[in-house]
Design a protein around this ligand. Structure first.
Ligand code: PGA
Length: 222
């Protein structure tokens, strides 16, 4: 993991049309020029090609990520997207988000397979865990600590607890650890101030509105 810290991930989930995604990129483009860390933008699959083209043609310093990847390498798996199919477009992939674990019953074995497929395609997994006890597959470098109670609720974990969990995760290996769950422009400073936490994952609470997301980048950059 050679990207500059802190990492700020925007996960738009199943939201926005291409026109809206395109406007979001236009809005955020100006703020990422002066941003010292790395901003990883994760729209839905159908927009990865257009987002990639827009970002590269306009020299926008957003890094592109996918919200998921198939556990299958390739083949007869209708509706799936294989890591190798988006390897030219994305540098990152979110794996193991609690919404995938809950709604799609993704277990540890499935998630480990996804990590292997991503790494084989040269895509860096951002591996989500609900706590320090959640198993982390081999070859993961970036871990996102995301307690379920904090996701989309406006009720973040305490900075003290996040730092403790981040330290516990870091004691298990050479991990970059980010935090996700109701992060806002108002609270982000508390999460990243001591750099135990290397960044944040912003879900739909504060990433859908580009202005709220820009405010977060501005606070991080202060
Ligand atoms: P939130 O989501 O920022 O909306 O709480 C975080 C996440 O889904 O990872």
């Amino acid at each position: 993991m050679n990207e500059p810290l802190p990492i700020v991930v925007a996960n738009l989930k199943a939201n926005k049309t291409w026109d809206e995604v395109s406007s979001w990129i236009d809005d955020v483009a100006k703020s990422v020029v002066s941003f010292a860390g790395s901003v990883i933008f994760c729209p839905s699959y159908p927009f990865l090609v257009s987002a990639f083209t827009k970002i590269s043609q306009n020299g926008i310093s957003l890094k592109l990520g996918s919200q998921d990847i198939s556990r299958f390498e390739q083949g007869a798996y209708t509706g799936e997207v294989a890591a190798s199919q988006i390897a030219d477009l994305v540098k990152y992939v979110i794996i193991g988000h609690s919404e995938r674990r809950q709604n799609f019953r993704e277990d540890n074995q499935t998630l480990a397979q996804k990590v292997t497929n991503a790494k084989n395609a040269n895509i860096e997994p951002v591996f989500c865990v609900g706590g320090a006890e959640t198993p982390i597959p081999q070859n993961v470098s970036i871990v996102a600590y995301e307690p379920v109670f904090a996701i989309g609720t406006g009720n973040p974990d305490t900075p003290e607890n996040v730092k403790q969990v981040a330290s516990q995760i870091k004691s298990k290996g050479n991990f970059t650890v980010i935090y996700g769950g109701s992060v806002s422009a108002e609270n982000i400073e508390l999460f990243i101030e001591k750099r135990v936490i290397d960044g944040v994952l912003i879900g739909t609470t504060n990433s859908l509105d580009s202005q709220k997301f820009i405010q977060i980048l501005e606070v991080v950059n202060r």
